[in-house]
Design a protein around this ligand. Structure first.
Ligand SMILES: N[C@@H](CCC(=O)N[C@@H](CS)C(=O)NCC(=O)O)C(=O)O
Length: 210
């Protein structure tokens, strides 16, 4: 069998790339990462498009397998290299984790993305303050939902850290990093302090938002 190294493609200022790098670091599997996307280019080259026809980051290459969709890559890494700790074997527990991951992609990310784009990636004089206010208003009940859930659970899918905490952790890292006041959410803050101090977040969550 030929030994191969896992390869991650994507720039680290992307929330979706951060998830994948954090997940890989949680498992301890050796990997290399190549900056790609935005200023780094690469994503529109024929070789990259063969792996990922969306021309987006991240992409994971593991031997002959090329995977895209960040939460799918997180699931794959946790299942292959991080089970059972990160990838619950019990179906009810696994799908408890799964639903938070889908919720992050379809609900949390969609609500918070516009404020991030405006406050971090748009020059001050060009900002759409209505879009920021709308994004803050859309996030408020979701943050409350997380806060309420985490009042009774140490982690998103129960009493143990799992794959579910990674995508939501990256999203909350982005939200808490925005230059704006926010209401106190003690249970969410306790959880975030716990997940963001994990050694596997090094080099990922310390980075400023850009
Ligand atoms: N649903 C996809 C979304 C991927 C995506 O939108 N990636 C963005 C960065 S977060 C991207 O590639 N943007 C273009 C670029 O970086 O060149 C996933 O979760 O992987």
């Amino acid at each position: 069998m030929t030994a191969h190294t896992l390869q991650i493609w994507g720039r680290l200022n992307s929330l979706n790339v951060r998830k994948v790098v954090w997940a890989a670091q949680e498992t301890g599997v050796p990997f290399t990462r190549t900056d790609a996307g935005m200023a780094f280019g690469i994503v529109k080259t024929p070789a990259y498009l063969q792996m990922n026809p969306n021309a987006l980051v991240p992409t994971l290459q593991d031997g002959d397998l090329a995977l895209w969709e960040s939460n799918v890559i997180v699931r794959y890494l946790c299942a292959k290299y991080g089970a059972p700790a990160l990838y619950p074997q019990d179906l009810a527990q696994r799908f408890d984790a799964e639903r938070w991951m889908d919720w992050q992609q379809t609900t949390l990310n969609r609500a918070g993305g516009p404020a991030f784009l405006q406050l971090i990636r748009t020059p001050e004089d060009k900002r759409d303050h209505g879009a920021i206010a709308q994004s803050v208003a859309a996030m408020a009940p979701l943050l409350e939902q997380l806060n309420t859930h985490l009042a009774d659970h140490a982690y998103l899918a129960g009493e143990h850290f799992s794959m579910a905490d990674i995508p939501v952790g990256c999203d909350i890292h982005r939200w808490f990093g925005l230059p704006q006041a926010r209401p106190a959410l003690p249970h969410l803050e306790r959880w975030y302090a716990s997940v963001s101090s994990r050694p596997a977040t090094r080099g990922v969550l310390e980075l400023p938002l850009t």
